[in-house]
Design a binder for this molecule. Structure first.
Ligand SMILES: [Mg+2]
Length: 305
């Protein structure tokens, strides 16, 4: 039995639509050796098919849609496991709609049991409708807690955490956040990994570039975690966190030989990665769940004229 890998994408495989050096060889080694792996992303907008095409255009050809587990799939799994006959009002894009549809979860804009918020563009009209549904009793569910997502080293875009924050403010209700770092994402990904390989991996390792989602989630789910310094976390930021990765790597390129030979590498400590970090020093909380420690759910303020 081999070790299975859950692999974050942005900052691990590519950055700003550019492949991380060595990523093609790393994924080829996983495929060639029959090592179980899944790409794990908080982006709920694309479908697994969209993501496979995206990687193909970047030069990674040996992956299929079954190699992806998105927060949209995780949300659909969550609802079909906990409340299979529910209905939903969705604020989100194709990947989320397709995942819910695949699980036979119906759309309902009259009296849905849940308002589900994902990544993507949104109109004030849609938000107003979601607000009304919540006022009529719908529960609020978010595919992932990201307030913003990196687009380039200079640019970010609003994430679903920001959209949910709007509805939390307008309704006084708090959302439940799926996606990384929620352990449910990791447990279901582990189960999917076992399903597609028809075997239970000896151990599962999460490889990611973000402490708050990839490393924290793996730690809380009882998995090993490898932090790569090719993305958003800088070496000098590590001491800010109470949880730490099992292992530190400059990039996934350091794992390729190990996967090919099945032997551990020399284990030398990673040097400080000199690359720029796009969001480490952006002010504010990157993820909605980060604020839980500081703010208790508050009652909705009285409406004033
Ligand atoms: Mg990442």
């Amino acid at each position: 039995m081999k070790t299975g890998y859950l692999i974050d994408m942005d900052g691990v495989i590519y950055r700003e639509n550019q492949l991380i050096p060595g990523a093609v060889e790393f994924v080829s080694a996983l495929s060639a050796t029959g090592t179980p792996f899944l790409f794990l992303t908080n982006n709920s907008a694309p479908t697994p098919e969209d993501l496979a095409v995206r990687l193909k255009h970047m030069g990674i050809h040996n992956v299929s849609p079954r190699h992806f587990y998105t927060s949209a799939l995780n949300t659909a799994d969550f609802l079909s496991e906990t409340d299979p006959s529910c209905t939903v009002f969705v604020v989100g894009e194709g990947g989320l709609l397709a995942a819910l549809n695949e699980r036979k979860i119906a759309n309902d804009s009259i009296k849905p049991r849940y308002v589900v918020v994902g990544e993507g563009s949104v109109s004030m009209e849609r938000l107003a409708k979601a607000h009304e549904c919540i006022e009529r009793g719908a529960r609020l569910l978010a595919t992932n807690p990201d307030n913003w997502c990196p687009v380039s080293s200079e640019k970010t875009r609003p994430g679903s955490g920001a959209t949910v924050a709007f509805l939390e403010a307008s309704t006084g209700r708090r959302a439940y956040y799926l996606g990384k770092p929620n352990s449910y994402m990791f447990h279901r990904a582990r189960r999917k990994l076992a399903d597609i390989t028809h075997t239970e991996p000896k151990q599962v390792v999460m490889i990611g570039d973000t402490m708050e989602t990839d490393i924290r989630g793996a730690f809380e789910a009882g998995m090993q975690s490898y932090l790569v310094l090719s993305g958003s976390t800088r070496f000098e930021d590590l001491s800010d966190y109470v949880y730490q990765p099992t292992r530190l790597l400059q990039s996934v390129a350091e794992l390729t030989e190990e996967i090919k030979t099945g032997l551990p590498s020399d284990g030398k400590a990673a040097e400080i990665f000199p690359g720029k970090s796009s969001d480490s020093h952006k002010s504010g909380h990157r993820h909605q769940t980060d604020i839980f420690a500081f703010h208790k759910p508050r009652p909705r303020p009285a409406m004033t004229k």
